[in-house]
Write a protein that binds this ligand. Structure first.
Ligand SMILES: C[S@@+](CC[C@H](N)C(=O)[O-])C[C@H]1O[C@@H](n2cnc3c(N)ncnc32)[C@H](O)[C@@H]1O
Length: 231
């Protein structure tokens, strides 16, 4: 029963959300990159309710093995589904950065109790301008977000410098381009792995969640001596 409902929602939600958003703003890729205005609010609704989006966010958090002392950062939190999961699994503090005002509003509403309790801090900022006073982080997560960053190797290098020794970065991709297949996901994982290695991280491992198309999560760790050194 749940499966049938999920399948129906997976079919209907993007069709309703994307069709309505396209009527308001034909630039859907631009909306995924920087959701804004009424079309951005529809994009947020779609991201928050589409079952595969929710599943990949919750799955990604489950891979991080979050400990009660962990400081965790999510980049590109969107409507805040993974932020809520990180707070639920008991991270000491969850930080999020996203440059979209619409997403900041939605994620803050979704996580209102944890924000009020001082366990979650959501910033409206670009990945290029993470305030130096937050961190270091035990884990950094980005779900379907890295593809929008300019200069991803430089950004990942800077993020590595904001990890605790032995901390990890997890980058998730579920390709949403038309016609995406398992091969598209595998290629995405390979590209992410290359970027993480170029940024000075190591011990990469890839996990796959069997959605259609699959979501891949590449996790890499900083060396035990990590802190600010160039790769
Ligand atoms: C496709 S959505 C994914 C949202 C969420 N992670 C999820 O999986 O549901 C991409 C998100 O990344 C954010 N984003 C894109 N480029 C960014 C940047 N350079 N700095 C911060 N956030 C960014 C967008 O505002 C958007 O909320």
């Amino acid at each position: 029963m749940t499966r049938a409902v999920d399948a129906a929602l997976e079919y209907a939600i993007p069709r309703i959300g994307i069709t309505a958003a396209r009527l308001l703003d034909p630039d859907l890729v631009g909306q995924a990159h920087h959701p804004r205005g009424p079309a951005g609010r529809l994009t947020a609704w779609e991201m928050a309710h589409r079952p595969s989006n929710r599943r990949r966010c919750i799955w990604a958090v489950s891979l991080l093995d979050v400990q009660p002392t962990d400081q965790v950062l999510e980049i590109g939190y969107g409507p805040g589904v993974a932020i809520a999961a990180l707070a639920r699994v008991g991270a000491a503090h969850v930080y999020g950065v996203d440059h979209s005002g619409v997403m900041h509003h939605h994620a803050t509403r979704r996580n209102a109790a944890a924000v009020r309790a001082g366990r979650v801090t959501l910033l409206r900022a670009s990945v290029d301008e993470i305030p130096p006073e937050i961190g270091p982080f035990d884990a950094i997560l980005a779900v379907n977000a890295l593809g929008f960053w300019s200069a991803p190797t430089e950004r990942l290098t800077r993020l590595r410098q904001q990890l605790t020794p032995g901390g990890c970065i997890a980058i998730v991709s579920q390709p949403r381009c038309p016609g995406a297949t398992a091969k598209t996901s595998r290629n995405a994982a390979r590209d992410i792995e290359t970027l993480l290695i170029q940024a000075g991280l190591s011990n990469t491992r890839t996990q796959t969640l069997l959605l259609d198309p699959p979501a891949v999560c590449v996790i890499a760790t900083a060396s035990p001596q990590n802190r600010g050194a160039e790769p």
